[in-house]
Design a protein around this ligand. Structure first.
Ligand code: FEO
Length: 131
């Protein structure tokens, strides 16, 4: 399974937020490694729990910096965050209720795609506005 790989063109120009994004990549890759090792069932719940907590933390910090900078795209950006946070939270709830309903490979694909696309599009738009 391919890994999500950090490249310099993903930088948003704020070291702290780049570190957050790298941490999110690490969590997604942990899930990918667990799938490869056929240990996905145990690890899915652990990664999901950590991911949900970290997603909420990261989004909160990013939104706070956008707010403090008076960034005009905050409301639209926040909607993207809420949709993503709700989705992973729902996956966590589904997993807690019935682990077999959460397919690890599907979860991996969703997270990898969403993260890379979001950082490349919405996050890049605040580059230069916040520091
Ligand atoms: Fe880095 Fe908008 O999430």
């Amino acid at each position: 399974m391919a890994q999500v790989v950090w490249t310099d063109d993903l930088s948003v120009g704020v070291e702290r937020l780049d570190e957050h994004h790298k941490r999110l990549f690490d969590l997604v890759n942990q899930l990918g490694q667990a799938i490869q090792a056929q240990d996905a069932k145990t690890t899915t719940g652990q990664v999901l729990g950590e991911l949900v907590r970290y997603v909420y933390y990261h989004f909160g910090e990013e939104e706070r910096l956008m707010h403090d900078a008076g960034y005009g795209g905050l409301n639209d950006h926040r909607k993207h965050h809420r949709a993503m946070a709700d989705h992973v939270r729902q996956m966590e709830i589904n997993y807690d209720r019935a682990p077999d309903t959460v397919a690890a490979a599907e979860l991996y694909d969703f997270l990898a795609d969403w993260l890379v696309n979001h950082i490349r599009s919405e996050d890049q738009m605040y580059r230069g506005y916040i520091s």
